[in-house]
Structures are given as structure tokens and as C-alpha cells.
Design a protein around this ligand. Structure first.
Ligand code: NAD
Ligand code: 89V
Length: 341
């Protein structure tokens, strides 16, 4: 049995704790939060025996196989480095850090300590997006040459996560990081990109819409776009839509998780690739919630087998480099930049 602890018992940690209960071979034995009310509330709800307000005390007292860091990004580097120094494996929520330099330092610290480091980048673990990947790998559409990964919503994200309204870097760092990772997952590494961002909502500090045009090393050109300020007749939060054109057909992941795979001159297969609503989950978050369980299960399986996680710290640096490149491109005159790690 892997013994784990969760640090940060805020808004999203509820999903982590619900999901950990469903991951075979894992037991959450301790919680840590600087906020006593959140800490005791989560411990009572999930029957976790040990609680700490300080990670140092927890690492000194508990014998842990892993720590799950679910605090906000400003604290990730310090917490991950402490866990690594204690010789314990770590999974950390996205965005892994506030800067690429911090993210690199965290990866280096985990390497030096010889501990497994995974980033909780859950979008590529979403069932609909895995169905797109599987369809792509089947090869029915031939060689892909165009892709679009799109997340556009008017959902009030600030109601659950009010701190997002005051972030200097908002949508690309918080949400764009997911869609950029999905583009890497589907189309491979990016050799260059150009991007624009804008702020539409006057009540927030950062940008709330972004569009990037990317060239992937394997030949696909993609458009990645995200917005938290798009008011459609049908609100699709938190759906990521995908379009892929290939030399012999197309794949479209449409509204309400409808996947259409069309082979040129041949058949069209339409399927429902929605995720199940887990007993503790609720629409419209259910696909995200199910992906949290899949992400955690992957981490546990990697710890048990010694395999490198798909979204290891090293892998996630490449996604973080895209975030960085989007901001760099958007800050200057329309420019092509290289997402160098
Ligand atoms: P939150 O502010 O609601 O919760 C963070 C918690 O961490 C708070 O309870 C706070 O008291 C605690 N905390 C802060 N510093 C601490 C420290 N040093 N030691 C112990 N506890 C500390 O934030 P949230 O909305 O739950 O977001 C947490 C993370 O999850 C963020 O990185 C966010 O981007 C990410 N997130 C991911 C998804 C996803 O789909 N992957 C969705 C939502 C949020
Ligand atoms: O906060 C996030 O990571 C967002 C969402 C709320 C959609 O999960 O991606």
C-alpha cells in the first residue's frame, strides 16, 4: 500500500481526495494546510488520521511514499523542494511554478534527490481527449497536417477560484497550459509559434483570451485558442474541442463529447466519448473529475512500476516553455518565437 499525503485542502483538493479513495493500492494518511478550518474540514470529510499546518512537521513525523501538492502555484517550488529533500516522490498541480526558471529548479531538485516528480496535468488524461488520440493513432485519417485545440467559455471561473482575478498572468498560465499540453500530446513538440492575447473583462488583472499558431516538428500546424470571455448560446465549460485534418480524413471532437471520425470517400463514425459521472462528481465538472482519478492512478502505477510518468517534471517543462513562448510572443510585435526549455 502506498502511503500519501495531500498538501493544500482548498477548492480543487476535494477532487484529489475523492479520487485518491478510488485509486487501488493508495492510502492518504496525512493532510497539510496552513488554514485550520480547511484542514480539519477535509480531514473529517475524508477520515484522514493525521493533520499538519506545517509541511516540515509532516515530513518529519510521517513515513510517506508520496506527497500530492495541491496548493496554489506561488507555493509549489518551496513545497516540492522540501518533499524532494525528504527523499519522497511528489505530484504537483499545474501550473507547476510561477516561472520557467522555478520549474527547472524543481525538476533539478527532484533529479538530484532521485525522486519521481509528476505534474498533475490532467487534461491529456480526459477520456474524450484520449479518444481523439486513439483515433489519430489508428491512422484512418492518414497524415495529420492541421489541428485546432480550443477552449472557449463564459463560465464564471472566479466564483470558485477568486485568486485568478488578480493574477498578472491569467488564462495562458492557468488554462492555456492545459490546451497547449493537449496540442503537444496530439501533435508532438513545437518548433515555433506566434501568439496574441487580450483582456476583455475589465474587472480582472490578466489576459482572458489567447490564440497561438504553432508549427509542430512532425509537420502539423495547429491553432490553440482559449477564452474565459466567450458567451455562446450553449455554454460548453469545461469542454476542450478538437479538429484534425489529415491527408485521408478528419477527426472532430465536438460539443457534448461527440467524436466524429471521417475517412475520405469512406465511412463516418460518430461516437459518444463522454466520461462517466463518478459517484462523487457532478456535471459539468465530471470529465475533469474523472481525469483527476486517471492522473492519480497513472502516478500510483508509475510509483509501483518505476516507470517515468507521462507528465513528468521533465515532460512538463516542454509545456511550460510553450506558455512562456506565448507570453513572449504576445508581448512584442507579431513575432515567431522558439519555445526553448
Ligand atoms: P485554493 O486557494 O482554493 O487552495 C489552496 C490551499 O492551499 C488553501 O487551502 C491554502 O490554505 C493552502 N496552502 C497555501 N499555502 C500552503 C502551504 N505553504 N502549506 C500548506 N497549505 C497551504 O486553490 P485551488 O483553486 O484549490 O487551486 C490549487 C491548485 O490546483 C492550483 O495550482 C490550481 O491551478 C490547480 N487547479 C487545477 C485544476 C485542474 O483541472 N487541474 C482545477 C482547479 C485548480
Ligand atoms: O483550473 C484549471 O485547471 C482549469 C479547469 C477549471 C477547467 O479545470 O483548467
Amino acid at each position: 500500500m502506498l502511503k500519501g499525503a495531500v498538501v493544500g485542502c482548498g477548492f480543487f483538493a476535494d477532487n484529489h481526495l475523492n479520487a485518491w479513495r478510488e485509486v487501488p493500492g493508495v492510502e492518504i494518511v496525512a493532510l497539510c494546510d496552513t488554514d485550520t478550518v480547511r484542514l480539519t474540514g477535509a480531514a473529517a470529510k475524508f477520515a484522514v488520521p493525521a493533520t499538519y499546518r506545517d509541511i516540515d512537521a509532516m515530513l518529519a513525523d510521517e513515513k510517506l511514499d508520496f506527497v500530492d501538492v495541491a496548493t496554489g502555484p506561488a507555493t509549489h517550488r518551496l513545497l516540492v523542494e522540501k518533499v524532494a529533500a525528504a527523499g519522497v516522490a511528489v505530484i504537483c498541480q499545474k501550473p507547476v511554478a510561477l516561472t520557467l526558471a522555478d520549474a527547472k529548479a524543481m525538476v533539478a531538485a527532484c533529479d538530484a534527490a532521485g525522486v519521481t516528480f509528476m505534474v498533475h496535468e490532467n487534461f491529456r488524461f480526459q477520456r474524450p481527449l484520449r479518444a481523439v488520440k486513439a483515433a489519430l493513432e489508428e491512422g484512418v485519417i492518414g497524415e495529420p497536417f492541421f489541428g485546432r485545440v480550443s477552449f472557449r467559455s463564459g463560465y464564471d471561473i472566479f466564483s470558485g477560484q477568486p485568486y485568478l482575478a488578480t493574477e498578472e498572468r491569467f488564462i495562458v498560465a492557468d488554462l492555456g497550459i492545459h490546451v497547449l499540453d493537449v496540442a503537444r500530446f496530439l501533435f508532438g513538440e513545437v518548433s515555433r509559434l506566434t501568439a496574441s492575447t487580450c483582456r476583455v473583462n475589465p474587472d480582472i488583472r490578466g489576459e482572458d483570451a489567447a490564440t497561438a499558431l504553432m508549427q509542430h516538428e512532425g509537420g502539423v500546424m495547429s491553432v490553440v485558442d482559449c477564452s474565459y470571455t466567450s458567451y455562446r448560446a450553449k455554454e460548453l465549460f469545461p469542454q476542450t474541442l478538437v479538429e484534425i485534418d489529415g491527408s485521408a480524413g478528419s477527426i472532430v471532437l465536438d460539443a457534448d463529447y461527440r467524436l466524429t471520425v471521417h475517412a475520405r470517400g469512406g465511412e463516418t463514425v460518430v461516437s459518444d466519448v463522454d466520461a462517466p459521472v463518478l459517484p462523487w462528481a457532478a456535471r459539468p465538472w465530471h470529465v475533469v473529475q474523472e481525469s483527476v482519478r486517471a492522473t492519480e492512478a497513472h502516478f500510483a502505477e508509475c510509483l509501483a512500476s518505476g516507470r517515468e510518468p507521462a507528465t513528468s517534471g521533465h515532460d512538463n517543462l516542454k509545456t511550460y516553455a510553450l506558455v512562456d513562448a506565448v507570453y513572449r510572443s504576445a508581448a512584442g510585435p507579431l513575432a515567431t518565437v522558439s519555445p526553448a526549455v
